[in-house]
Ligand binder design. Structure first.
Ligand SMILES: Nc1nc2c(c(=O)[nH]1)N[C@H]1C(S)=C(S)[C@@H](COP(=O)(O)OP(=O)(O)OC[C@H]3O[C@@H](n4cnc5c(=O)[nH]c(N)nc54)[C@H](O)[C@@H]3O)O[C@H]1N2
Ligand SMILES: Nc1nc2c(c(=O)[nH]1)N[C@H]1C(S)=C(S)[C@@H](COP(=O)(O)OP(=O)(O)OC[C@H]3O[C@@H](n4cnc5c(=O)[nH]c(N)nc54)[C@H](O)[C@@H]3O)O[C@H]1N2
Ligand SMILES: [Mo]
Length: 807
């Protein structure tokens, strides 16, 4: 019944493979991005869009969470930022006519690339039970249906509310309030699949789930280790910062199974030197580690530092350790017991190489460790990151200039969303403040994270799903299980800018609510609204779209959620309410109330359900500054919020370790921890597959079919394998194979999952370590294969075999 996008859509005639590049960015990057921009937006809109990216009082780039330098180039040019903008600001649209022409069955036959390329969503649409096509619906009817469905639940925990990481602080805050008003903490988010391991490890050890460095620290560091990250593609602006750090004398060590172009050499398009002289080599040392070997690497560094201190002294920062940490002795004993042969087997590096890296750490007066998905998406990710902290604590490399932890976040506001309370395990302090501000009692029981939500959906314990952005069906592991789970739900709702697989693999009924993106001008209540975001380094600033939106009656995320709140908790919640078809409210008529005095129900007159948050929802829709007033009352660090983001200004949220070496752990100390060594064991004849991003995609949004730096053109179904493994398995470069993942379930039964038709590409990856693109390979990732503690799917660690295709 369900049509799948063709898994074997490999076009052997189109796909070309060339030599992988050693240099990132440069002129080809500029040309490529401009081509894509002009194709999507036309020349004038492209110029208008690209000149406003990350400028003061412009909009925050939807590309990534890397912070903006204080003094920006007129156009801080980043190829992939430009592509993200072009994707959103495209002039192509998808409206009622499109949905009338394409049945849901037909749409199910398309992949995310095709769906996304159709353009921006312009109209609320509903898919009725059993219907063949989506049909247009009014905003009031769509929101009314959602409210009705939520009210009809037997238990609020039958609802799941997902969030991706582009949602602004204002929208995220209102959204979590909506969800807690409904009565659940079921708030899974993309972070569960992304930096959750970082949050888990850092909160335990240093008392904050965020990084502790600023851009100025990057410029001041003497050693920067970049582990498990491909900044040339995913955080291109970070390369400018690394280049500057190098000019200031920093040494850079890249730790990666793959020799990624941007790590090796960077041609800064902003400087003549960058373009003409072939750029700057970024990494002084490239450490080709085996997948999942980083825990062993950081143990080796810690072991060496401890030995060196015992032999010659002066290596450890004993002042810092004595004042601020606990647990050194146990950690030191564990490192003394760590065995070199085992550390070598796990990393694929020999003792000399490991000691050489450790010497660079010993000699550095200030060290920063940066990381992304290569460190967070393994079974042992939390222990790995605890070991990173151990190494930094030894030399007092936290809370002083040029030193610290730097988890490089993905989505442009994923960190801000968590700060706003998008979290399935909210703290008591946060909930208490929320209760106080909105005169209700938020639920205390923790909710589902992403994997738990899928399990509950699949088990029939969930009836309603809402996605605030993102692409739940394609981004999550075990695609077939997720599609089956979604189909069991009564209603699936997506607030989205563009069409994706989650709009076609739906529940029995489905609603699409189109929304404004970052680049769109947002006029509400007769004025231009701004929103705000937090970058990867805890700096908050405003973002204001400047382009004309793709349709006149598009609502912002804030407007959609406040209207839904109103329908559920406010004046719109009266029983027997008939949906009005009058269109937009007249915002000038909306009564404005100071945030400190939420509207209260008069006991007799209001039919508002008991125990729901009390506020003037419509006023918030008309003036986002009122939402910021609420945020300021609930979340520490947002004092004078409105004034502090005015005129393009930026402010830093408080960060105990960074600001004052304060550690909000259970005992107020930073913790050394002992973590028994783990690393992936790869069965004979099998490969360990990491699933990663090409240069032409943004997560599940595919911009094009090239991966220029890795030499892939016009295709995505490729698997990168070491030449000797290819030969050993009896294949050649160019053979088309199926990828079959092998996973033993809790019941001891071997499960197999298959992704069809991938072209083998001989590549400089370690033996037995393979790589292929996500989301095509998400079918292979077992739902139960998650990181210990954080529950993050092990997207960088999937055991597969290559299988010849039946002739
Ligand atoms: N253009 C663009 N920008 C993006 C995104 C995008 O898709 N496109 N996505 C955004 C998001 S949400 C995120 S989270 C980030 C992701 O940014 P990255 O984490 O850079 O993204 P991945 O492509 O998953 O790359 C993981 C890197 O880690 C390496 N790696 C894999 N396993 C290991 C390991 O065991 N050890 C070590 N040391 N390295 C390993 C891989 O070889 C690869 O270089 O980028 C953000 N920015
Ligand atoms: N196998 C494998 N799986 C992975 C990963 C991996 O490395 N390997 N990485 C994981 C990671 S790090 C992440 S963060 C997740 C990403 O998971 P998600 O965040 O769920 O996925 P995206 O592809 O970023 O979501 C794209 C969709 O967001 C919508 N959108 C874009 N901008 C906006 C906006 O401003 N507002 C709204 N409302 N909607 C918008 C568009 O409709 C678009 O189709 O995937 C995870 N999944
Ligand atoms: Mo991410």
């Amino acid at each position: 019944m369900v049509t799948k996008p063709p898994q074997n859509d490999i076009d052997e005639t189109a796909l070309r493979v060339s030599k992988a590049k050693k240099v990132a960015v440069g002129v080809p990057a500029v040309v490529h991005a401009l081509e894509m921009s002009i194709e999507q937006m036309g020349a004038v809109r492209s110029a208008r869009a690209l000149l406003r990216v990350n400028q003061k009082d412009g909009y925050d780039c939807p590309g990534c969470a890397w912070p903006d330098p204080a003094h920006r180039h007129v156009a801080e040019f980043c190829e992939n930022g430009a592509k993200a903008v072009a994707e959103e600001a495209t002039v192509r649209t998808v409206g009622p006519v499109f949905f009338a022409e394409h049945s849901i069955d037909e749409l199910r036959g398309h992949d995310d690339f095709w769906l996304g390329q159709q353009g921006r969503l312009t109209h609320p649409m509903v898919l009725d039970e059993g219907a063949t096509h989506y049909r247009p619906v009014s905003w009031d009817d769509a929101l009314g249906e959602i409210a009705d469905q939520l009210r009809a639940l037997a238990d609020p925990d039958e609802a799941v509310f997902y969030t991706s990481g582009r949602t602004s602080n204002e929208a995220a805050f209102l959204y979590q309030l909506l969800v807690r008003g409904v009565g659940t903490n079921n708030l899974p988010d993309c972070s569960n699949m992304c930096h959750e391991s970082s949050g888990s490890a850092l909160t335990e050890t240093i008392g904050i789930g965020k990084g502790t460095v600023s851009l100025e620290d990057i410029y001041a560091a003497r050693l920067i280790i970049v582990a498990g990250q491909n900044p040339g593609t995913n955080h291109p602006r970070m390369l400018s910062a690394l280049e500057k750090a190098k000019q200031n004398g920093a040494k850079i060590i890249a730790v990666n199974p793959l020799p990624e172009a941007g790590l090796l050499r960077f041609e800064n398009p902003q400087t003549v030197k960058g373009v003409l002289l072939g750029g700057t080599p970024i990494a002084d040392q490239f450490v080709q580690i085996r997948l999942g070997g980083d825990q062993a690497l950081f143990q080796a560094i810690g072991k060496h530092l401890l030995e060196a201190d015992a032999h010659m002294g002066g290596v450890l920062d004993h002042g810092f350790i004595d004042t601020h940490t606990t647990g050194l002795d146990a950690y030191a004993r564990a490192m003394a017991d760590a065995e070199w042969p085992e550390l070598e087997a796990a990393t694929g590096l020999d003792e000399l190489e490991l000691r050489d890296i450790a010497e660079a750490v010993r000699l550095s007066p200030s060290t920063i460790v940066c990381w992304a998905m290569g460190l967070t998406q393994h079974k042992n990710s939390v222990p790995t990151l605890r070991e990173v902290v151990n190494v930094l604590l030894l030399q007092g490399n936290i809370g002083r200039e040029g030193a610290g932890v730097c988890p490089v976040r993905g989505h442009s506001n994923v960190q801000g969303d968590r700060t706003m309370g998008i979290y399935e395990k909210p703290s008591e302090a946060f909930l208490d403040a929320l209760d106080e501000e909105f005169s209700f009692a938020a639920p205390r029981e923790h909710g589902f994270d992403t994997v738990a939500a899928i399990r509950a959906m699949d088990a029939g314990r969930v009836r309603f799903f809402m996605g605030m952005g993102g692409n739940f069906v394609s981004a999550t592991p075990d695609t077939e299980v997720v599609e089956r789970a979604m189909a069991r739900l009564d209603l699936t709702v997506h607030v989205s800018t563009k069409l994706n697989r989650s709009h076609v693999m739906t529940g029995r009924r489905a609603i699409i609510l189109p929304t404004l993106g970052r680049t769109d001008r947002d006029r509400r209540g007769g004025r231009e609204q701004r929103v705000s975001v937090e970058d990867s380094m805890g700096a908050v600033h405003s973002s204001r779209g400047r382009l004309s939106p793709p349709a006149d009656d598009l609502l912002s995320e804030v407007a959609i959620i406040s209207r839904l709140c109103d329908a559920l908790f406010g004046r719109g919640a009266r029983p027997g309410r008939t949906p009005s078809h009058s269109g937009d409210v007249d915002h000038d008529q909306v009564e404005r109330l100071p945030a400190e005095h939420p509207v209260r129900a008069d006991a007799a007159g209001s039919a508002r359900p008991a125990n729901t948050p009390q506020a003037d929802w419509r006023a918030m829709e008309a003036d986002y500054a009122l939402i910021r007033r609420h945020i300021q009352n609930v979340i520490p660090g947002f004092e004078d919020y409105n004034a502090r983001i005015d005129k393009g200004r930026t402010f830093f949220l408080p960060n105990g370790p960074r600001d004052a070496r304060r550690f909000a752990t259970s005992d107020g100390f930073a913790h050394f921890t002992v973590n028994p060594l783990e690393y992936p064991r790869i069965p004979a004849g099998r490969l360990l597959l990491q699933t990663l991003r090409s240069h032409d995609q943004y997560n599940t949004t595919i911009y094009g079919k090239d991966d220029r730096y890795r030499g892939i053109h016009d295709g995505r179904r490729v698997v990168f394998v070491h030449a000797d493994d290819i030969a050993e398995f009896g294949f050649t470069d160019g053979t088309i194979v199926d990828l079959v993942s092998e996973w033993t379930g809790v019941d001891g039964v071997l499960q197999e999952r298959r992704a069809e038709a991938f072209r083998i590409v001989s590549y400089a990856t370690p033996r037995r370590n393979a790589a292929a693109y996500y989301p095509e390979t998400n079918v292979l990732v077992p739902l139960d294969s998650v990181a210990d503690v954080s529950g993050t799917p092990t997207s960088k660690s999937v055991v597969v075999r290559l299988e010849a295709r039946a002739a």
